[in-house]
Ligand binder design. Structure first.
Ligand code: ZN
Length: 300
């Protein structure tokens, strides 16, 4: 009996310690820490409107920018920029298809342009730096016929352009001047070779994307691929890939194709356009008011 009373006494004391003394002690300690932090902040007031106070550290964002000048690649070619004023989602019908051709101009360019003209539609060409007389005349024709010219790469050499952000900007500037000098058009959009995230730029892609956006350019990945550069690709496989891919899109389709001398694609193109027109789709050329697909950064 006595043993039982002692047990209950101990249990009650343990309960008091657990449910009253521990929380009260915790609250007192928190109040003391709060008072200490308040005193510290009052003793070290933030410096200006742009100062931010975090815990026991306070820092002045403007002074950080003053102390740490621009990254070296941000200083390259300050004129390499575009005026981005925002996306206009209301203007893009969800059943719009943006056909895009990478890597031109090429021997396919005239035939692709003929198909687009016959079908009465506009498209987008992300071009490389090719300086032959033929290439420059095809580039002028793309511009003259009202299609959009975006930048792809001057050299298209992945190991070189993805070695550093500086190398990429160097190449982009050449590509920008190539388009501007030949057509008089200052391009505002680009497509990264291999897409914004690829095996060559895994260490750089966040800086690359940030830098082109900082300069006002918009980059466009894709949500449908014709698979025209795959080994054994045929006109039929390209048609199937595009038609099936477009059906999976919730909104506008951005179709990756190549202007690279592949006759199978030239053969497939009118059939792709006719099939999609028959299903109620319309076609458009990109500009920097169209919100493009951008690959999502992988986690971790
Ligand atoms: Zn390419």
């Amino acid at each position: 009996m006595k043993k039982s009373i002692t047990f209950w006494k101990r249990l009650i004391i343990a309960g008091i310690i657990l449910f009253i003394i521990v929380p009260v002690t915790g609250l007192v300690l928190l109040a003391m820490e709060n008072a200490r932090l308040k005193h510290e902040i009052e003793a070290n007031p933030p410096n200006g409107d742009d100062a931010i106070s975090v815990g026991t550290n306070s820092y002045d964002a403007a002074s950080i920018v003053r102390k740490h000048p621009l990254l070296s690649y941000q200083l390259l070619y300050p004129e390499l920029s575009a005026n981005f004023t925002g996306f206009n989602d209301d203007l893009v019908d969800p059943k719009t298809i943006f056909l895009t051709f990478d890597d031109g101009p090429s021997t396919s360019t005239p035939a692709i342009l003929d198909v687009l003209k016959n079908q009465g539609i506009k498209a987008t060409f992300f071009v490389n730096g090719k300086s032959s007389l033929f290439a420059t005349s095809w580039l002028r024709r793309i511009a003259k016929e009202g299609h959009t010219i975006g930048m792809h790469s001057y050299t298209h050499q992945y190991p070189l352009i993805y070695e550093s952000v500086g190398n990429f900007i160097e190449d982009l500037n050449k590509n920008y001047l190539y388009v501007k000098n030949i057509t008089g058009i200052s391009p505002t959009i680009l497509r990264f070779p291999g897409g914004s995230i690829n095996t060559y730029n895994l260490k750089l892609y966040q800086s690359l994307c940030a830098e082109v956006l900082r300069r006002g350019f918009i980059y466009c990945d894709w949500n449908v691929s014709a698979g025209d550069t795959l080994k054994d690709a045929t006109s039929d496989s390209m048609i199937e890939n595009v038609i099936n891919g477009v059906k999976l899109c919730w909104g506008p389709a951005f179709v990756l194709m190549h202007d690279n001398g592949n006759n199978e694609l030239v053969q497939a193109l009118p059939r792709i356009i006719e099939k999609l027109k028959a299903e109620g789709y319309s076609f458009g050329a990109l500009d920097n008011t169209v919100r493009p697909p951008m690959f999502v950064y992988p986690e971790g």
